[in-house]
Design a protein around this ligand. Structure first.
Ligand code: ADP
Length: 190
């Protein structure tokens, strides 16, 4: 069973590549950003809290995210066949919680696919997406906070997964298909 974490800065292409991974490997997709945006749209209590963090480009508190993710795993039987985690974990406590959650389900993270893209290109891509996404966080000021938060809170995870020998570096610039080919090569070698 494959459990893949797709890892990278905002704008690195996690969502785009996740779709291609699902198409080829049939994994269950969990994007914490998508789950949170659905909560906001539905006006739930979690959505109202999350909105305050997301619109400022900050991370939603770990306990809320971890409970939310456990709920998704428990509600969806298909997750037992393998999952692609997109946008999670984003902090060391989240990575530790994921390890524990998967161990309780007799499984583990198979690999972390790290999409590495130059900062300038990330900002360009996010601004372009902002013109069509309608996302409250795709504007220059919030993009800058998201990238800062990424460097401060999320990049330490790279070392965490290097130590666990799970990190696979992927050069995340170039055509979507060429990037996907490099990802598929890593996955096929697992
Ligand atoms: P991006 O990778 O482009 O920032 P996402 O959709 O993954 O887009 O996330 C959007 C926002 O949702 C984040 O800036 C953050 O506020 C919140 N979020 C998503 N996933 C998490 C997480 N695992 N932990 C904390 N906050 C999260």
């Amino acid at each position: 069973m494959l459990n893949i974490v797709i890892f990278g800065a905002p704008g690195s292409g996690k969502g785009t590549q996740s779709e291609k991974i699902i198409e080829k490997y049939g994994l269950f997709h969990i994007s914490t950003g998508d789950v949170l945006r659905a909560e906001i749209k539905n006006g739930t209590e979690l959505g109202q809290i999350a909105d305050r963090y997301i619109s400022k480009g900050q991370l939603v508190p770990d306990e809320l995210i971890v409970d939310m993710l456990a709920g998704v795993l428990d509600r969806n039987e298909e997750t037992k066949k393998g999952v692609i985690f997109d946008g999670f974990p984003r902090t060391i406590p989240q990575a530790e919680a994921l390890k524990k959650m998967l161990a309780e389900r007799d499984t583990e993270v198979s690999a972390v696919i790290g999409l590495e893209v130059e900062e300038e290109e990330l900002v360009d891509r996010l601004l372009k997406r902002g013109q069509v996404s309608g996302r409250s966080d795709d504007n220059l000021e919030t993009i800058k906070s998201r990238l800062e938060v990424y460097h401060r809170q999320t990049t330490p995870l790279k070392d965490f997964y290097i130590q666990e020998q799970k990190y696979r570096k992927i050069h995340g610039s170039g055509s979507v298909d060429a990037i996907f080919d490099s990802i598929a090569e890593e996955i096929d070698n697992l």
